[in-house]
Design a binder for this molecule. Structure first.
Ligand code: DMJ
Length: 495
């Protein structure tokens, strides 16, 4: 028997309810938790066999993929899997992963890395592994890595650039981002991890960096109260008026409400920004289709693009977890909106031949919740729809969310499982599979973890105690009472 939430953390005090790890799943849920655990083991075993130490598995060609998102860092699938293996009780596999981190994770890399991706996968993954297990090694590694990210903030405004060389500290903007701008979903998705880096190191610099981003966002004018996706790190002005709850914007909104929740509901500024943003989103982006489906359109300088990306489907869960803390009279409204968005995302799955959803679906050109462009028909094992099922299950216990999760399990098994792992597919509308030969690391950290949680009891990583970063790595709520205890202790010891 092991416990989950092993770190003795006063702010570092993780949840009081100690849970057995790898416990037998609830029999009422039948095969489901076993199945997602088996899918994890299968994905992991194949990664280990054919791609060990590389970033992802290529399951058809049976080799590893390195890519260019993490600079010289390796083992993205290992770091992303640590907490999933741990909570599923895949002990041997977890121990192999831990040993690799201990002996082979080399942080002295010199390549060009995405600040955002390194933060959500590596920093998030190592922090969660530390909080779950209490292994000091993870803490040492994550603090070493955190320090290497700091030079990205050396810009005239303190808004970090998107790409950083982890060796030299030089940073620059993505070539594709307009006019050297930084991306809202990238610089806006650092807060949770950076606050924990300050907690663990005792060094306020990380919190200062992210609070400075927030300060600037609060200061500048927002068109109709909306946050555009591109901002200049030099002038601190918006570069284009494109607003999206999907790619480029998404996790910025997610981190506002989660910052509030992770602060034990003390971060009033995050709360205000979240509900303010929600008001603007509802006024400008939320739409109802002729067929009665609620969706979030994209906004381009006042003109709506009636399209919703798979990425935007995380918003059902986000609006759900934010329902309780807005104005009391809006609680039911937010829960209804969360349910409607989740329903629409489910429709994007059920309207395809494979019962998996496309990368983007539209509400114009005659169809609803279906991809109209060939280039939007793919599915790369993304988690967002299942993520919303998990949150909505926890919030409502409506059995339909587990049924929908099970449909996704069956579709993944039928269309994405190949002989040596799981692969994305190129067209969700055809039964003749064309696989993309990539087992994304977020499949292990998010898709399978959210499925497992959907079919487990609510006291496995309860939402009152844990906040999931955008890569599904659980971070503990920083308890206000503990902060007070520590302040009293400090005072007493200095007297
Ligand atoms: C993940 O890396 C994270 O969820 C991120 O916020 C968005 N995209 C992928 C999964 O789709």
């Amino acid at each position: 028997m092991r416990s989950i939430g092993a770190v003795n953390y006063c702010a570092r005090r993780v949840p009081s309810n100690l849970l057995t790890w790898g416990r037998e799943p609830d029999v009422c849920n039948g095969d489901a938790p076993h199945r997602s655990r088996e899918m994890m083991k299968f994905s992991w075993d194949n990664y280990k066999r054919y791609a060990w130490g590389k970033n992802e598995l290529r399951p058809l060609t049976r080799n590893g993929h390195i890519g260019n998102m993490f600079g010289g860092l390796r083992g993205a699938s290992i770091i992303d899997s640590l907490d999933t293996l741990y909570i599923m009780g895949l002990t041997e596999e977890y121990n192999d992963a831990k040993e690799w981190v201990q002996t082979s994770l080399d942080l002295n890399s010199n390549g060009e890395a995405s600040l955002f991706e390194v933060n959500i996968r590596y920093v998030g993954g190592l922090l969660a592994a530390y909080y779950l297990t209490g292994e000091e090694m993870y803490k040492n590694k994550v603090l070493e890595l955190g320090e290497k990210l700091l030079p990205a903030f050396n810009t005239p405004t303190g808004i970090p650039r998107g790409v950083i060389n982890l060796g030299s500290g030089t940073s620059w903007s993505w070539g594709w981002a307009s006019a050297g701008s930084s991306i809202l979903a990238e610089f806006g998705t650092l807060h949770l991890e950076f606050v924990h880096l300050s907690e663990l190191s005792g060094n306020p610099v990380y919190t200062e960096k992210v609070m400075n981003i927030r300060k600037l966002l609060n200061k500048i004018e927002k068109p109709h109260g909306l946050y555009p996706n591109f901002l200049s790190p030099v002038s601190g002005n918006w570069v284009q008026h494109h607003v999206s709850i999907g790619g480029l914007g998404d996790s910025f909104y997610e981190y506002l409400i989660k910052s509030y929740l992770m602060s034990d509901k003390t971060d009033g500024e995050a709360k205000k920004m979240y509900y303010g943003a929600m008001e603007a989103i509802e006024a400008n982006l939320v739409q109802k289709s002729p067929g009665g489906l609620t969706y979030m359109a994209e906004w381009r300088g006042g003109i709506l693009d009636h399209k919703m990306g798979h990425l935007a489907c995380f918003s059902g869960g986000m609006i759900g977890i934010g329902a309780d803390d807005g104005a009391p009279e809006k609680r039911q409204h937010f829960l209804d909106l969360a349910a409607e968005i989740t329903h629409t995302c489910h429709e994007s799955y059920t309207r395809s031949a494979t019962k998996l959803g496309p990368e983007a679906f539209r509400f114009d050109g005659g169809g609803e919740a279906t991809a109209t462009r060939l280039s939007d028909r793919y599915y790369i094992l993304r988690p967002e729809v299942i993520e919303s099922y998990m949150y909505m299950w926890r919030l409502t216990h409506d059995p339909k969310y587990r049924e929908w999760g099970w449909e996704a399990v069956e579709a993944l098994e039928q269309h994405c499982r190949v002989e040596s792992g799981f692969s994305g597919i190129r067209d969700v509308y055809t039964m003749t599979a064309s696989h993309d030969n990539m087992q994304q690391s977020f499949f292990l950290s998010e898709t399978l973890k959210y499925l497992y949680l959907l079919f487990s009891d609510d006291d496995l990583l309860p939402l009152e105690d844990w906040v999931f970063n955008t890569e599904a790595h659980p971070l503990p709520v920083i308890r206000r009472s503990c902060a007070q205890d520590e302040a009293t202790q400090d005072k007493t010891s200095s007297e």
